[in-house]
Write a protein that binds this ligand. Structure first.
Ligand SMILES: *Cc1c(COP(=O)(O)O)cnc(C)c1O
Length: 433
């Protein structure tokens, strides 16, 4: 879907006062996010600091259309779904199921039946490990992940490994955070049953060449799962163009609510998988002599689904598609370039992750200053950063680091906020001089 030219927020903003041109009206967009107006560290007798929210890779803030859609659902259109004959239940079911269509469009999936709703990206990985993995992985088999992975794409496999006894091979990266595709190809063999890699590193911002990774695996008949948690909010994603077999993302990083995520699966793969959890909604019929299950995707959606969260996700998808994901990515890229160049110019600052074409995530360390101290001091200035291992401990080990500071940009961040980040880092350095 292309940006909606009739929406005033989609008006491109020309360059002015030395600021770069914007692909959409950033001031108008910021008005949509109530939280961006708040101050932090307010105390009696002291005015707070404006919030500079640069922790979007952990979770993004919510625009008013998302908040309003969820509120409207609870105020006026709420009922359980899928099993009511009454008016409200029909209405809520229609609204909830329409979100499956929105996700289909967002990912360019071939059909709505490819879309399974989960609680988050983590649950999508656990679902595939528990069903596809438990069925098809055994002793002597191998799966391939990369050193860039979030724990969500490591630990579910390890949990299953203790039962099914397969091996986990790891694609290495270079010092920029670029995956070594030769090493990757060399890892694949007759024992390889699955490749599961990220489509965007939450620590380094690396965007691996997913289509190429899939092509190499498919040439050997190996299916590929991609972690789109850090891709879907920042770029147009087309699962058919990627030729992905499984693709996951999480709603709360796409400006939607917590409690809802998505698993895309190729139809034959989903059909080959036994149920994940048992209960209501996923059954065709239940008897003490044996129970039968519904077709995918419903087979994998036991119990009352996250109805309100689903409605919120639908509104979030509408929101980003109105602005255009390519526009969002272009805007974030401007911020990334600006922050990277300015930070790298500060003595003692080292950027961690410099892959070409990376997404708008800047991890860095400052020589002689602990990342936690940087994060705490920046916070005093209103700048919200992430510090720590970012749920990717093997990657931190690869870079020989205990922790990094991470600034991650979203669609509403501004050059002034990137400037505030640079100022905060300068001040931290002054403080420790
Ligand atoms: C955040 C994140 C996840 C996990 O998302 P949840 O919502 O916590 O399940 C997985 N992979 C990547 C790359 C992430 O950034």
């Amino acid at each position: 879907m292309s940006p909606d030219a009739s929406d005033p927020r989609c008006r491109p903003m020309p360059a002015h006062h030395g600021l770069p041109a914007e692909p959409y009206d950033l001031d108008a967009v910021r008005e949509d996010f109530p939280i961006l107006k708040r101050l932090v560290h307010e105390r009696p007798g002291r005015l707070g600091k404006p919030l500079v929210y640069l922790d979007n890779a952990a979770s993004a803030q919510k625009p008013r259309p998302v908040i309003e859609a969820m509120t409207r659902c609870m105020e006026l259109e709420y009922s359980n779904v899928h099993r009511g004959v009454h008016y409200l239940s029909q209405q809520t079911t229609d609204a909830y199921e329409a979100v499956r269509d929105k996700v289909q469009t967002l990912l360019n999936a071939p059909s709505r039946e490819n879309i399974v709703f989960t609680r988050n990206a983590t649950e999508a990985f656990n679902l595939v490990a528990s069903t596809w993995g438990r069925t098809f992985l055994g002793p002597g088999d191998e799966i391939v992940v990369s050193v860039l992975e979030h724990h969500a794409n490591i630990v579910p496999w390890q949990l299953l490994q203790t039962e099914n006894g397969f091996a986990i091979k790891v694609i290495p990266c270079d010092d920029r955070g670029v995956l070594d595709l030769d090493a990757y190809a060399a890892l694949l063999g007759p024992k390889t049953k699955l490749v599961s890699v990220t489509h965007g590193s939450n620590v380094l911002g690396t965007v691996p060449p997913a289509a190429e990774i899939v092509r190499i695996a498919h040439a050997r008949g190996i299916p590929v799962m991609l972690d789109g948690s850090q891709a879907v909010p920042h770029m147009p994603v087309d699962v058919q163009a990627l030729d992905a077999d499984f693709y996951v993302f999480t709603g709360h990083k796409l400006y939607g609510p917590t409690g809802i995520g998505v698993l895309y699966g190729r139809k034959e793969l989903l059909a080959s998988m036994p149920p994940y959890q048992g209960g209501g909604d996923m059954i065709a019929s239940v008897s003490f002599n044996g129970t039968t299950y519904r077709e995918p995707p419903y087979r994998f959606e036991a119990g009352t689904p996250p109805i309100i969260e689903g409605i919120g996700l639908g509104a979030a998808i509408d929101y980003v598609q109105t602005l255009g994901l390519a526009n969002i990515g272009a805007h974030e890229h401007t911020l990334l370039e600006y922050a990277s160049v300015r930070l790298a110019a500060i003595e003692g600052v080292r950027l961690i992750g410099t892959a070409p074409g990376k997404a708008a995530i800047v991890s860095f360390v400052i020589e002689g200053i602990h990342p936690h101290d940087i994060g705490m001091l920046a916070d005093q200035m209103g700048v919200a950063l992430r510090v720590g291992r970012h749920c990717a401990e093997p990657l931190m080990e690869r870079f020989g680091l205990e922790a990094t500071c991470r600034a991650s940009f979203g669609l509403y961040n501004t050059i002034a906020e990137a400037e505030a980040l640079v100022d905060a880092v300068q001040s931290v350095k002054e403080f420790f001089r």
